[in-house]
Design a protein around this ligand. Structure first.
Ligand code: NOJ
Length: 533
């Protein structure tokens, strides 16, 4: 960026992550080199040429550490090894150096809030008595009621059901309960325990020493828990936490943990961390990215906003405000492995696709870092999977009332006319079934088609990287007709116009650099966006 962002920030060249385009790879679903129906690290390495062509700056790999995969890698049994399903440490090293040769950074998911039940520490805790040092690394408590058969408090798990599971003690009697904010296979760590703190530092250094450029911190608003784990009066509860209304998340003690992470990263030049922060209050959100905490925080407002000019504008203003107070960098994301794919969210079919194209231009016009989710560049919709294919723990935990997130995790179609579309070798059964109609959405089908979603992504990313009009940290809003908006990058001068109405609208003066749909008589079509200079 050309201008200083904040009076308190040091001057000098801007760090690489400040305007980077990150590409999230869900490793199970990206590319399967060994033909077992599940994606792997060698598969990713084979596709680096594609990622370079696409024009992304950095990769974020969802977890590839050792895991029994109860939550597909977000249940880690050894944070300093690669799961054999994905490869081994040598495969990871090879991927990192091949990505670096192509000038792409590699960042990894870290899961410090919980471990897997198959982590050595948890086995130790189960074998040890109540009150032992081994149990202190987690949150073990006696149950309530005469026989301790009721959970210690009334917290629900994010995946449904209670946040507590009762263990059987080594002598065979029903025993204590342990806390798991997510699945029972994901026991929460006790962040007041010194072993837990020391072990994360060891993990950070382990990967940084191997050349990893940064981390995405899972549940960065979790970890610290309130004194005494008090009961709570639960109302309607979504993912985006209203801080004061949920004792499970955003405890102020979490900031000490982030300062610790930052201290380690500061010793490795050019590395960074981005936190998954589902916190609605802007002031509280901003605290996570103070200069001595995380470099970036995911802001999910854009992923939550409907395709409405007012809602999108509000999401943008909110996200800018949340970081401005601490001189932080905004981040933008339309989707990830936890939310409904944008094409489907915006209405599916041609309309959904047109709107997703428009929103890409909005997202890439904004100052800050962008996170793209694999498959969005192909315009993949969410997939309506049959019940017996569902694997997300949410499906079981909710008693088959919530289908979970598998719809957004179906493998990427690369080439050919039928499943598995080059994701796996022909004839392989993929871990989630791929729809036959994706033959029109493969990379191969879209690469040479200048009207495809993939071509729009490539063009837009190239312009964003090269054109001086994208400079500047601030935006100014123009007056616009209802259902439309226009903003201008202060500094570079790029203008972005969005039309969420069902009629064409006129454009402000300027030369059109790119539009998400062809102009009609010089007008911007319904469900479209354009860049002007
Ligand atoms: C957030 C991750 O993005 C999600 O996929 C996972 O299930 C939970 N954290 C628990 O680790």
């Amino acid at each position: 960026m050309s201008e200083p962002r904040h009076p308190d920030l040091p001057s000098g060249p801007a760090p690489w992550w400040r305007e980077a385009v990150f590409y999230q790879i869900y490793p199970r679903s990206f590319a399967d080199a060994n033909g077992d129906g599940v994606g792997d690290l060698d598969g990713i390495r084979d596709k680096l040429g594609y990622l370079e062509l696409l024009g992304v700056d950095a990769l974020w790999l969802s977890p590839v550490m050792r895991s029994p995969m109860a939550d597909h890698g977000y249940d880690v049994s050894d944070p300093r090894d690669i799961d054999p399903l994905f490869g081994d440490l040598a495969a990871m090293d090879a991927l990192v150096s091949a990505a670096h040769e192509r000038h792409m950074k590699v960042t990894m998911d870290l899961v410090p809030n919980h471990t897997s039940v198959e982590h050595a520490w948890f086995a130790e805790a189960l074998a040890a008595p109540p009150g032992s040092a081994a149990r202190d690394r987690y949150h073990f408590r006696d149950g309530i009621g005469d026989d301790g058969s009721e959970p210690p408090n009334n917290w629900p798990s994010v995946f449904g059901g209670p946040a507590w599971t009762r263990v059987t003690e080594p002598d065979g009697t029903p025993g204590q309960w342990y806390l798991h904010l997510f699945a029972p296979e994901q026991p929460d760590l006790n962040w007041e325990n010194a072993d837990v703190v020391a072990d994360l530092e060891k993990t950070l250094r382990f990967w940084l020493d191997r050349g990893i450029d940064g981390f995405r911190i899972d549940v960065a608003h979790g970890m610290a828990k309130p004194e005494g784990l008090p009961d709570h009066d639960w109302g309607e509860q979504g993912l985006l936490t209203d801080t004061d209304a949920d004792p499970r998340f955003d405890n102020p003690a979490v900031h000490g943990i982030h300062r610790g992470i930052r201290k380690v990263l500061d010793a490795y030049p050019d590395t960074m961390a981005v936190g998954e922060i589902w916190v609605r209050d802007n002031e509280r959100f901003g605290e996570y990215i103070r200069p001595d905490e995380l470099h970036l925080g995911f802001n999910f407002r854009l992923a939550e906003a409907a395709f409405s000019a007012d809602e999108v504008r509000e999401a943008i203003e909110n996200s800018l405000t949340a970081v401005a107070q601490v001189g932080g960098t905004p981040t933008w994301t339309l989707s990830n492995h936890d939310v409904v794919r944008e094409v489907t969210r915006y209405g599916d079919g041609e309309t959904g696709r047109a709107r997703a194209r428009a929103m890409l231009l909005v997202e890439l016009a904004l100052p800050g870092a962008v996170f793209l989710y694999n498959g969005s560049e192909l315009g993949l919709p969410g997939v309506d999977l049959p019940d017996d294919a569902l694997q997300d723990p949410v499906w079981e935990r909710s008693g088959h009332t919530e289908r979970g997130r598998d719809a957004s995790r179906v493998p990427i179609p690369w080439e050919g006319a039928q499943p598995p579309f080059g994701f796996s070798p022909p004839g392989t059964e993929t871990w989630l079934p791929m729809p036959a109609e994706w033959s029109a959405l493969t990379v191969e089908a879209q690469l040479e088609d200048m009207t495809s979603m993939l071509s729009l992504y490539r063009t837009a990313l190239e312009l964003r990287a090269l054109r001086p009009e994208f400079a500047g940290d601030e935006i100014d809003w123009y007056g616009s007709p209802p259902g439309c908006f226009a903003f201008r990058r202060r500094g570079g001068g790029l203008i972005c116009v969005l039309n969420t109405t069902d009629a064409a609208t006129s454009l402000p003066p300027g030369e059109v650099l790119l539009s998400s749909a062809p102009l009609a008589d010089g007008m911007l079509q319904a469900n479209a966006a354009a860049w002007l200079i």
